[in-house]
Design a binder for this molecule. Structure first.
Ligand code: NAD
Length: 223
């Protein structure tokens, strides 16, 4: 079996370190570079290790710069970093390598979004409460922003988002829908960062074969 050569940007971070462990544990992947200023390593070092795929869990400006540099070098990119407008990567359409972006790699979160969109078609109003650890830099979360946008398109009304940042939390979201005399609550909890790893590994395996790039959302890799 041909091994997929993977480089990880943000390798010293909470998510990046977890991705490195997951890649090292995958029988069909080889971790060829850990990129992070905290480790004294640059993207240039990583590209010279000839990865097939770059996985990025850094910060928004870095993620976009890394994606451009990697794609220009013919390396596919999987972006988990949140807090940037995906439309800013539109010019990479048709480039010589593919880009996959997901604001949330947890399967349960993808299902929460799907159910919330379905519910938005039938109930009058909705609001979202997203709750994350207190070191998260962006608010609202990428997941909440995407859920709200999808629900607005389906239901026709704006979906306000409330952000909670507290120690002890990982990544949680509650979608509350209201209508005459009733409410419906759809809730997802990531209680450990390993919840994101099956989705990240799936994206690493599938990014080279995408029919459209950039592709946004794990739901496009399911079913
Ligand atoms: P973190 O602060 O723990 O890690 C970020 C790392 O990026 C740090 O180690 C930092 O040194 C590194 N970094 C900064 N500039 C860099 C550069 N130029 N090159 C390489 N590395 C660089 O943050 P985190 O909690 O791991 O989150 C990272 C991102 O992932 C955030 O945007 C967060 O919202 C997102 N996130 C996404 C998902 C998802 O499922 N898509 C899940 C959780 C977190």
């Amino acid at each position: 079996m041909a091994m997929i050569r993977v480089a990880v940007a943000g390798a010293a971070g909470r998510m990046g370190a977890t991705v490195c462990e997951a890649v090292e544990g995958a029988a069909d992947m080889e971790l060829v570079a850990r990129v992070d200023p905290a480790l004294g390593t640059s993207l240039g070092d990583a590209l010279s290790a000839a990865p097939d795929v770059l996985v990025d869990f850094t910060i928004p400006t870095t993620a976009m710069a890394n994606a451009r540099e990697a794609v220009a070098a013919g390396i596919h990119v999987v972006i988990g970093t949140t807090g940037f407008e995906v439309s800013e990567l539109d010019d990479l359409r048709g480039a010589k390598a593919n880009v996959f972006v997901a604001p949330n790699f947890a399967i349960g979160a993808v299902l929460m979004m799907r159910f919330a969109v379905e519910a938005a078609r039938h109930m009058a109003r909705a609001e979202i409460i997203e709750l994350h650890h207190d070191r998260k830099v962006d608010a609202p979360s990428g997941t909440a922003a995407r859920t709200a946008a999808l629900m607005r398109d389906a239901g026709g009304s704006d979906v306000p988002v409330h952000s909670v940042r507290l120690p002890g939390l990982v990544a949680h979201q509650e979608v509350i829908l209201g209508d005459v005399g009733q409410t419906l609550t759809i809730r997802h909890d990531s209680i450990d960062r390993v919840s994101f790893m099956p989705g990240v590994l799936l994206a690493v395996r599938r990014v080279a074969g995408l029919s459209e790039s950039p592709t946004v959302g794990l739901e496009h890799l399911l079913d």
